[in-house]
Write a protein that binds this ligand. Structure first.
Ligand code: PLP
Ligand code: SF4
Length: 430
């Protein structure tokens, strides 16, 4: 088994490249961003690289860029080619391999987009791109078409157009500020966006999506936290993939956010060789809870260009949840989902717990394999009557599968149905 130093890192002074860097510089996020490792020569000063590896990395850099913060690079175990930090940050030959159906925009984020930089997929919430910059370009990034293209924030006019969309769309009650990385902009830009969004009456919650607690914890300054806390309710979602990322610096960054009253969620990507293991995942989710971070989603790796080598079977993901649910705190169990190709959105998958059902009974199994029945109550009210609980007819829920469930539509069918072409007349019921 791999030896792993948790909570620790090499001191930057042990690395020749950073021997003269002062603590003040090291702890300054702008220094970290300005001194990112972007070339193979710089990388070779930090970890030993064979000639073959140097060649592979050079080849890969022709297609995908590299940027690793000095902080994150200092977490790489220089003697372990399978180091999970290294796999996430250092390019490999495998990125040149294209899967048979790897699209550039697998999730249709640019198709489900009413204005540039906004993805409006779900009824009541939008994804709002703040910048395409990240401090570290993850090798498994699914938004490669976007992340790091220009490495700078959009213009005010572009942001204004996005804000305007939210202002004129009253259904949007939840705005996810993302990127790139939502914290790779200045405090004043974060404040401008939060202030403008908070002034919109129908915006109830704001979320910020950032990997900085993991790869650039120096970014979580007290000043940034002071800005955010003025605009509550604001949530932060971050992206820890491995327990080794939970260093003292990362844990302190999370504590500053949590102390500012910001609930923190975590979205992990299931990555082959990094965390596709129930033991590693258990250590990760427990470590996150200790750092006051709630595991939110575990994503199946998308079908995107250059990340085929990170994919695992969905059976692995289901197995991981099987080992968590019931065995440990429910708070530690993320929702495992696949972001459905073609803009289908996040679809939860997991172990099956319902074994069978009849109108009277639901037959379930628990995590121990105990099989039990839950006796159903008599139907509380008939269809077409008001709901005895809320007094309404649930019209607002009757779209998509909800419409079928509510009896409002007998079926849903795809727009392009082969047998539809053979129909001579429109179907009539009477
Ligand atoms: C993930 C995502 C959201 C937020 O989804 P939640 O399940 O509410 O966290 C919103 N819009 C898009 C396009 C997304 O991909
Ligand atoms: S932080 Fe997110 S958007 Fe940025 S490179 Fe990593 S996975 Fe991609």
């Amino acid at each position: 088994m791999r030896t792993q130093v948790e909570g620790g890192r090499r001191s930057h002074r042990e690395v020749a490249r950073w021997a003269d860097v002062t603590d003040a510089e090291w702890n300054d996020w702008r220094w970290q961003v300005a001194n990112r490792i972007t070339t193979v020569e710089q990388l070779a000063e930090v970890i030993p690289l064979s000639d073959a590896e140097i060649g592979d990395i050079r080849e890969c850099l022709k297609t995908f860029r590299m940027a690793v913060t000095p902080y994150y690079a200092s977490l790489i175990d220089p003697h372990d080619p399978g180091c999970p930090i290294r796999l996430q940050s250092v390019p490999s030959r495998a990125e040149a391999t294209r899967g048979q159906d790897d699209p550039v925009d697998p999730l249709y984020e640019e198709t489900d987009s009413p204005v540039p930089g906004i993805t409006h997929r779900y009824p009541d919430r939008v994804l709002f791109i703040v910048t395409d910059q990240c401090s570290m370009y993850c090798r498994h990034c699914t938004r490669r078409r976007l992340a790091g293209q220009t490495d700078r924030a959009p213009t005010r006019a572009q942001l204004e157009e996005r804000l305007d969309y939210v202002r004129r769309t009253p259904r949007v009650r939840d705005v996810v500020l993302s990127g790139g990385d939502a914290f790779l902009v200045s405090d004043s830009l974060v404040e401008y966006l939060l202030k403008e969004l908070r002034a919109i009456p129908h915006v109830e919650i704001i979320r910020l999506a950032t990997r900085t607690p993991v790869v650039l914890p120096q970014r979580i300054t007290s000043e940034l936290c002071r800005v955010i806390r003025k605009y509550h309710p604001v949530y932060v979602n971050t992206h820890f993939n491995h327990p080794r990322e939970l260093t003292d610096a990362a844990t302190e960054a999370c504590a500053r956010l949590a102390d500012a009253g910001i609930p923190i969620g975590n979205q992990t990507v299931l990555l082959r060789g990094v965390n596709d293991c129930p033991v590693v995942m258990r250590r990760l989710v427990h470590g996150l809870l200790k750092a006051r971070v709630r595991p939110y989603y575990l994503y199946q790796c998308d079908l995107s260009r250059g990340i085929e080598h990170f994919r695992t079977s969905t059976a692995r993901g289901v197995e991981i949840i099987e080992y968590l649910r019931g065995h440990t705190s429910g708070l530690a169990v993320p929702t495992y989902c696949i972001d459905g190709p073609g803009g289908a959105g996040k679809i939860p998958v997991g172990p099956e717990y319902v074994l069978s059902r009849s109108p009277e009974r639901l037959v379930l199994r628990n995590y121990e394999g105990v099989i039990c029945a839950y006796r159903e109550p008599p139907t509380p009210h008939s269809e077409g009557e008001r709901c005895p609980t809320c007094g309404g007819f649930h019209e607002e829920l009757a779209s998509g599968v909800g419409a079928v469930l509510a009896g409002r539509a007998p079926f849903l069918e795809p727009g392009e149905l082969e047998r539809a072409g053979r129909r001579r007349t429109e179907h009539k019921d009477c």
